[in-house]
Design a protein around this ligand. Structure first.
Ligand SMILES: Cc1cc2nc3c(=O)[nH]c(=O)nc-3n(C[C@H](O)[C@H](O)[C@H](O)COP(=O)(O)OP(=O)(O)OC[C@H]3O[C@@H](n4cnc5c(N)ncnc54)[C@H](O)[C@@H]3O)c2cc1C
Length: 359
């Protein structure tokens, strides 16, 4: 008997499935292509901190990073390459900005001239990681979910049934209409390259682009950010010069050869926080509290929620940093009724959306 159906076999779905299995539930992952074929496939996947002024987003990001690094080191030590990361400010203005933010860096670092070295940062292999996360979990590939119904407290997802349902569909449209969860997609590409190695790359480097250390005789260079609906494969081919030029500004890479190009979409919410937690039933909540549309306050606990329906998406540019931490929060919510921080919750998005509706 399956306890929980998860739609999407990227890092969000795989981490959620793993965390729920750790709690003793039996998950089933449904994936329309193959696991790690969506936005997770092209990821670097660099695990690096943010230097900025204090904000809830920065705290959440660095908490996630600390958690994920520990999680990967403990559970998948062979896949984590923890060589550290050297962040090089882009220009004089950036040097000044970083200096201003220095007192707020809450992750171990050493200053090297104007640069910042983070010894705990690293990269992880996205494909191997997702395979490992899902190793002992039921997965059905090449199954695009079309039909979802909730009958007698059970979710019916095509021919599969379970008490809990998690939507982890990345940049794809949600297979249920949840009008207040609008997101945007930003395309990108990156390359695996090799070059004549005169001196060893000691650590990952980040300036306007990132360069990884060597793994399996190649390094990763990434990534671009492309808005609009364009042919990403073509753009990656035509524009390789630009990305490589930015990498060469960081360090020489003699006789560089592009081995492989990767393209894909990142999915963002409009406030850049991932979306995680119980989905509000917008229609029922507005029916119950119509004055919510005029801006009147209704406590979130009083909203009507879809029974046992959860969202885990909009991981932006840092899916591999956020997903394990989010998955832990989600499993704690489902199994131990622990509240999800409000900045991540669908309820927060619903409140904002509801105020703009006219009845
Ligand atoms: C070029 C590039 C570089 C990046 N670099 C980094 C990096 O260095 N570090 C980092 O942390 N992050 C990085 N990211 C971001 C990271 O890859 C994403 O945040 C993350 O992979 C999103 O994971 P996800 O599981 O939400 O989505 P996805 O990986 O897209 O997974 C969603 C899955 O759901 C499936 N699906 C959708 N609809 C259905 C349906 N109806 N039925 C069944 N299956 C369905 C899709 O096929 C897909 O496989 C990068 C992204 C890009 C594009």
């Amino acid at each position: 008997m399956i306890d929980c159906i998860i739609i999407g076999g990227g890092i969000a779905g795989a981490s959620s499935a793993y965390a729920l299995k750790q709690k003793g539930l039996k998950p089933l992952v449904l994936e329309k292509n193959t696991i790690c074929s969506g936005g997770s496939y092209p990821a670097g996947a660099f695990l690096s901190p943010k230097i900025s002024k204090p904000s809830p987003y920065k705290t959440y990001l660095n908490d996630s990073l600390k958690y994920s690094l520990e999680f990967y080191a403990e559970n998948f030590p062979n896949l984590l390459k923890k060589d550290g990361l050297l962040k090089l400010p882009i220009d004089h203005e950036d040097i000044h900005k970083c200096q201003t933010y220095e007192p707020y860096i809450d992750i171990a670092f050493e200053k090297q001239n104007d640069n910042y070295y983070f010894p705990d940062a690293g990269i992880i292999d996205p494909v191997k990681l997702i395979k490992e996360l899902l190793k002992d979990i039921d997965v059905i590939e090449r199954h695009e979910v079309k039909n979802i119904k909730h009958i007698d407290n059970i979710w019916h997802v095509d021919k599969y049934q379970a008490k809990y349902l998690i939507l982890a569909t990345g940049s794809e449209t949600l297979p249920l209409n949840i009008p207040y969860l609008k997101t945007k997609n930003i395309g990108g590409y990156r390359y695996d390259v090799c070059f004549d190695q005169y001196e060893k790359l000691q650590y990952n480097l980040h300036k306007s682009v990132s360069i990884s250390t060597y793994f399996e005789n190649k390094i990763a260079i990434g990534a671009s950010h492309i808005k609009g609906d364009i042919d990403l494969e073509k753009a990656a081919k035509d524009d390789s010069y630009n990305l490589i030029k930015q990498a060469l500004e960081i360090r020489p890479l003699p006789n560089l050869k592009i081995l492989k190009q990767y393209t894909g979409y990142r999915n963002f919410s409009f406030d850049y926080f991932p979306i995680l937690g119980e989905a509000v039933d917008a229609k029922q909540t507005i029916k119950k509290y119509p004055y919510i549309t005029t801006g009147a306050k209704v406590p979130q606990e009083k909203y009507t929620y879809f029974t046992n329906l959860y969202i885990h998406k909009a991981l932006g540019s840092r899916g591999f940093v956020f997903a394990p931490y989010n998955a832990k929060l989600l499993a704690d919510l489902i199994c131990n009724q622990k509240k999800i921080p409000n900045h991540l919750s669908p309820a927060k998005r619903f409140t904002k959306w509801a105020r703009k509706q006219t009845l």
